[in-house]
Ligand binder design. Structure first.
Ligand SMILES: [Mg+2]
Length: 299
């Protein structure tokens, strides 16, 4: 979140938490903010959340995958989770908690990559696909007009030699540049915007930035929509948290505000809507063990 007003104005607001205040300070104070945010989250947000979690009848844990449960790797097909993640998440699933993976990836990729067996619910392609824990599957399709636009964008980008950087998923095309040098990233981005920009406009597609690339989307779904749908299904009295690392997770953080805990999982902090920042993997694992303890399991 960028600075949304002067410090004076913010201080005049009543009821603002220290964490909110520090987040609102913007990148200028990033170095000190990071330390203070760490302190503030423990004072303001985290303890009351775990008290609520302990008492809750219904618990929902929503997890992004890449960058959150799994460290980034240059080869996306080998993005395996941190060592303790599969067993810990499996325990949480058995402990009265609905666990949902929410990812920009196609849902089926996470079936095996996540190494969590039996698999949790997986909402792929930013929520356009839903793979339930019983194996049932739903997918939204773009409208015919958007499908035509996606095909044209696909043709244009392939003709421009970007095939190796492209990932086709239901209703979207992602172009990845993670791991490439900055000048190469800039070259790819310029090419993409030049070729696909007019198509995006003409066919009413969306261009979604994520950490490590851009995605052309034919379905207006984001992770915030997924969180809203899951919270609506859960009903009142739910204790819920969303953990994510990416810009695309900010929509989810925004959606869970006032309904649960928004957790940024990232080695470096950044301006964010999240309530809490966890440094992976140690603080992430600790958080998940606290979750287990709150729902009755030993840490
Ligand atoms: Mg991510």
């Amino acid at each position: 979140m960028q600075a949304s007003g002067s410090w004076k104005a913010l201080l005049l607001r009543t009821g603002i938490s220290l964490a909110e205040l520090l987040r609102a300070a913007g990148p200028t104070f990033l170095k000190h903010r990071a330390v203070l945010l760490k302190l503030a989250e423990h004072i303001d947000v985290r303890s009351p959340f775990f008290v609520q979690l302990r008492r809750a009848q219904t618990r929902v844990l929503m997890l992004d995958y890449d960058g959150t449960l799994a460290p980034f790797t240059p080869d996306r097909t080998r993005a395996y989770p941190y060592r303790e993640i599969p067993a810990t998440v499996s325990k949480i699933m058995r402990c009265n908690t609905r666990v949902v993976l929410i990812s920009g990836r196609p849902a089926t990729e996470l079936l095996f990559l996540s190494s969590i067996h039996p698999h949790p619910e997986i909402w792929g392609s930013h929520g356009a696909e839903r793979l339930y824990s019983d194996g049932s599957y739903e997918v939204e399709s773009p409208e015919p007009r958007q499908r035509t636009g996606l095909q044209k964008a696909d043709d244009a980008l392939q003709s421009a030699g970007l095939a190796a950087r492209m990932e086709n998923k239901p209703g979207a095309i992602a172009v990845h540049w993670r791991g490439l040098a900055q000048d190469e990233r800039t070259r790819i981005e310029q090419k993409l915007r030049h070729l696909a920009g007019p198509i995006i406009e003409q066919y009413e597609l969306q261009l979604l930035p994520f950490d490590g690339g851009l995605e052309i989307r034919g379905i207006a779904r984001n992770k915030g929509d997924a969180v809203n749908a899951i919270l609506a299904e859960a009903g009142k009295g739910v204790a819920a948290a969303y953990l994510g690392d990416d810009q695309t997770d900010e929509n989810a953080f925004r959606a869970i505000k006032g309904h649960g805990l928004a957790v940024l999982v990232r080695t470096e902090p950044r301006p964010t809507m999240a309530d809490v920042w966890l440094h992976p993997p140690d603080e992430l694992i600790h958080f998940l063990r606290e979750w287990l303890a709150a729902c009755g399991e030993e840490k």
